[in-house]
Design a protein around this ligand. Structure first.
Ligand SMILES: [Zn+2]
Length: 86
C-alpha cells in the first residue's frame, strides 16, 4: 500500500482528537525522530488511519473508527506537544 502525505490524516485525526493534533510535534518512540505529524507517512482506509515515522517507518499512531466509537493508539509516540491556542 502506498503511503500518502501526513496531511491526509487531518480529517481522521481532527475527528478523533481535535484539529490541533495534525500540527502537533511528535517524537517517534522507536528512533526518537521528532517532527510535526503532518510529515508522517499516512495510510488511510475506510476503517481509520495509521501514521508511520518518516525516518524508521515505525507505527506512530493508529485510529480505528467503528459505528459506536473511535479507538486511538498513540503508543508509537514517545511524546507529543501541541501548541496552545490563543
Ligand atoms: Zn522513527
Amino acid at each position: 500500500m502506498t503511503h500518502l502525505d501526513g496531511n491526509a490524516l487531518a480529517g481522521t485525526f481532527a475527528d478523533a482528537l481535535g484539529s490541533e493534533f495534525i500540527d502537533a510535534l511528535g517524537q517517534c518512540a522507536g528512533c526518537r525522530h521528532r517532527a510535526v505529524l503532518a510529515k508522517a507517512h499516512a495510510y488511510v482506509t475506510e476503517m481509520g488511519a495509521v501514521a508511520r515515522c518518516e525516518e524508521c517507518n515505525g507505527v506512530l499512531a493508529v485510529i480505528v473508527q467503528t459505528e459506536t466509537e473511535v479507538l486511538v493508539n498513540l503508543s508509537g509516540l514517545a511524546n507529543m506537544s501541541i501548541a496552545r491556542g490563543e
